[in-house]
Design a protein around this ligand. Structure first.
Ligand SMILES: O=C(O)CCC(=O)C(=O)O
Ligand SMILES: [Fe+2]
Length: 275
């Protein structure tokens, strides 16, 4: 469950910023592992790992969560677990774990969301049930580096997860082109400045993007963990190839499987004391 403060803020704005979630003992090995992946020459990438280095706005290191156990365990971290339980009504499915890397020279990441008010409103859901927030598709961003005001990075449009109308094209930011740079935060938009060890949570419904990263001597690194509910196939049927699955703990495998609505996963039964 969320705390009443978390629930009120999350429902109202569509995001949560949890501070200092990771202890120094959790953070240091996760940062070191992320650094190893980012520094690794492409020729050494293990099977199914890698990144599209030509992408202009953000480098996504595929399956970053599976690169090292210090990253994999974040999929079921005790601080985010209660929120995972509330949003999915104890029916979680982990479906993606990319390592995000944002450096100077990357362009503006245009505003987008994994859902639009006008398109397939039945598929991805956000609603309230029994006084709790439910959401079928959402993201946990685990920050591994610091973002200060003025640096750039994640922007969100608070409240947009419950929008009834589509955002007029170009509103807040011009549509831009491949080289588009933007570093302003217009009224109504919020730039989330997270520190290493913080977690930012949002539904896929929330309109979001990223300002051009300004610092030349620092970059932005974060693990992007995506979840949905175990009984709905809103994304890929098998998001993790065999070479990745083979590396994972049984608890992680349990978390990423599809399952019927009326069954609880072993990891949920154990942690939630369900007989
Ligand atoms: O750069 C960011 O923080 C945004 C990443 C993003 O859009 C996503 O992971 O869906
Ligand atoms: Fe996104």
């Amino acid at each position: 469950m969320m705390t009443p403060d978390q629930r009120y803020f999350f429902d109202l704005t569509g995001y949560l910023h949890l501070r200092a979630v990771l202890s120094p003992e959790e953070l240091a090995p996760a940062q070191a592992a992320a650094d190893r992946y980012i520094q690794m020459p492409p020729a050494e990438w293990p099977p199914e790992f890698g990144a599209d280095l030509a992408r202009r706005d953000l480098t996504g290191y595929q399956h970053g969560f599976a690169f090292d156990k210090s990253l994999e365990v974040l999929t079921r971290h005790p601080a985010t677990w209660p929120i995972l339980m509330e949003l999915t009504d104890r029916r979680p499915r982990f479906n993606g774990g990319t390592l995000g890397y944002n450096r100077h020279g990357h362009r503006f990441h245009r505003l987008h969301a994994g859902w639009q008010p006008s398109k397939r409103p039945d598929v991805r859901r956000y609603y309230v049930e029994d006084g709790q927030v439910r959401c079928t598709d959402f993201i946990f961003f685990f920050y591994l580096s610091d973002v200060s005001p003025g640096d750039g990075g994640l922007i969100v449009l608070p409240g947009s997860h419950k929008a009834h109308f589509d955002r007029p094209q170009g509103m807040f930011y011009p549509d831009g082109d491949a080289a588009y740079v933007a570093d302003t935060v217009p009224p109504g938009v919020h730039n989330v400045c997270a520190r290493a060890g913080d977690v930012v949570i949002m539904p896929e419904h929330l309109m979001h993007g990223a300002l051009t990263w300004k610092p030349r001597d620092r970059d932005r690194r974060f693990l992007i963990l995506r979840y949905n509910v175990q009984h709905m196939l809103t994304g890929q049927r098998r998001p993790f190839p065999e070479a990745i699955r083979q590396r994972l703990d049984p608890e992680t495998i349990d978390l990423l499987e599809l399952a019927p609505y009326y069954e609880y996963k072993d990891i949920v039964k154990k942690r939630e004391n369900i007989a």
